[in-house]
Design a protein around this ligand. Structure first.
Ligand code: FA5
Length: 342
């Protein structure tokens, strides 16, 4: 009998050494002190033994019980103390008085540029809409006058998905949905990420941002288009910006233009950024094609409008003095940190 008690005590000593947390503590406690635990089982045996042995055995079992209880109590206290110590150590991680050091996060140059543009257009009465990144082939091409087999599709090769869906090649892909959603008159901008199968270089990415705008009303003319573009550029560069329009072909506008701004680096004298021309190509635009209005459910004999598709990534490069567009998606924090507002 006595040997049994020794075995229980030795087993308890082995088990308690392995306790590391509340869960393993409870398992040991139940195993030895639970209702059907080993100590209780040993206590129940008192009834079965002879009166001559009962007293000694009873004393031995109670001694075992007391020492196991005391040890359990001590281990429990140790665990509680450890938990408090861990809480204190953990709390240091979120100690608000700790100096922040050098790794303070910041908004991405594209986000900052987009926020500025959104602010500018909202102040001019434009509504801001979200565009899908996955669009139907119809919205990306057909709805903006680029039917199947049209050569303009070659210039915007993209990633084709199942069910006639594509990763949108330009923000113009949202034009049709937006016209149908708001009807005329409307004043909306919609920034978004675009995807093209491109030869990559300092000015071309396969994933880049544009910001598109539409204004549709009665009596809208090219003069309105020039006014809004000039105002937007002057506000973004915080100085008066001279612009010029050159003819440009986009199947969804007629007439279509490339809007250039007087080079902000050399003020038109000619430099490496403007390739000595004095002008920087910034924003394709034009008067919305009649059939695009009609496909959007807008009566083209009553309403006219302009559309523009600003290269947001390229504008961010200009405003932050970034010389290679690939820096923007690179995740190279050191490079992005060097980006400074021009
Ligand atoms: C378009 O995407 C037309 N949807 C723009 C438009 C809208 C015209 C409304 C008329 C009316 P384009 O392919 O030129 O046009 O692209 C517009 C701008 O997006 C370019 O001027 C350029 O700044 C930017 N862009 C185009 N391709 C890339 C590229 N691979 N990487 C970075 N920026 C690009």
């Amino acid at each position: 009998m006595k040997e049994n008690l020794e075995i229980i005590y030795n087993r308890f000593n082995e088990d308690i050494k392995l306790v590391t947390d509340e869960c393993s503590f409870n398992l040991v406690k139940v195993k030895f002190m639970g209702k059907n635990g080993l100590v209780n089982e040993a206590l129940k045996l008192i009834k079965t033994i002879s009166p001559s042995e009962k007293k000694t055995y009873g004393e031995e079992v109670n001694k075992l019980k007391t020492s196991i209880e005391t040890r359990l109590e001590n281990v429990k206290n140790d665990l509680e103390r450890l938990e408090i110590e861990n809480m204190i150590t953990g709390a240091k991680i979120i100690d608000l008085t700790t100096p922040l050091g050098e790794n303070i996060g910041s908004l991405h140059p594209i986000t900052i540029t987009q926020k500025k543009l959104v602010d500018i257009f909202e102040n001019m009465g434009f509504y801001v809409e979200d565009g899908n990144e996955i669009e139907s082939e119809y919205n990306n091409f057909e709805a903006v006058n680029i039917p199947k087999n049209h050569p303009a599709r070659d210039m915007q090769d993209t990633f084709y998905l199942e069910n006639n869906q594509v990763l949108k090649t330009h923000t113009s892909a949202s034009q049709n949905r937006i016209m149908k959603k708001f009807g005329a008159p409307l004043k909306v901008i919609f920034p978004g990420r675009c995807f093209r199968n491109e030869e990559l270089d300092a000015g071309h990415e396969n994933t880049f941002f544009q910001l598109e705008g539409l204004m549709i009303d009665k009596n809208i003319s090219i003069a309105n288009l020039i006014y809004f573009m000039k105002t937007m550029l002057s506000k973004i560069f915080e100085k008066d910006i001279e612009v010029r329009l050159r003819p440009g072909f986009f199947p969804f506008v007629e007439p279509g233009f490339e809007l250039d701004c007087k080079c902000i680096y050399c003020d038109g004298d000619g430099c490496s950024v403007c390739k000595q021309s004095g002008w920087i190509e910034l924003c394709p635009c034009g008067m919305i094609h009649k059939s695009v209005l009609e496909m959007g459910g807008i009566n083209s004999s009553e309403y006219r409008g302009f559309a523009f598709g600003l290269g947001l990534s390229r504008l961010a490069m200009m405003t932050f003095n970034i010389d290679d567009i690939r820096t923007l998606n690179s995740g190279k924090i050191a490079k992005l940190k060097q980006a400074k507002i021009k």
